[in-house]
Design a protein. Sequence first.
Length: 205
Amino acid sequence: MSVFARLRAAALVCAAATVVLGCKKGAPGDGDGGLDGGLDGAVVTASDAGAIELPSHAAAVTPSDDANIPPAASDELDARMKHLLEAIAQDQPELAQDVLFPRKGYVDFADAKDPGKAWDTKVKASFDKSIHKLHKTKGIERSTFSSFELGKNIVHTAAKKKELKSPTWRVKHSKLYYMAEGHTKTLVLAELTSWKGAWYVTRLR
């Protein structure tokens, strides 16, 4: 059975606003700064990214820009991840603002009393703090970007009161590979979330 068929079959049993594969509950978040603390979601592999459309009855509750999984790999994504490494190497978070989940996207998705303030104090503050900590990694100030690998399990998170206004895609444990001191090293990114067809960091560590 195709991935689409599995999603459609599961959705007929689960609520239309929550697209669940086998009604499996997503793993809870393991740190601060993310869009949510672990919501129900359909789990697919990164190899399916960009190839899945939600069932028609679920599309009504999904923003059209985010109905499909963003590509797992692209030159644009690699370029932004290179900016992330540069930001860490130079200890300048502003160099990687195109990697951080946008403030506007957070305002659109987060079900909070003041989502703009929450982005300032939670998402961006956590991101900047992580950049400063990672800058202390031995040899990273002389590192060069090698490649980026999106995490294996992509989760479609459902809308949930006081967490998300709309469903979206989320993936944990993506890997940024870089060269430092003559060796290939790995930086694991805690969580990426989709917005308008692209992946952004919601939790760096």
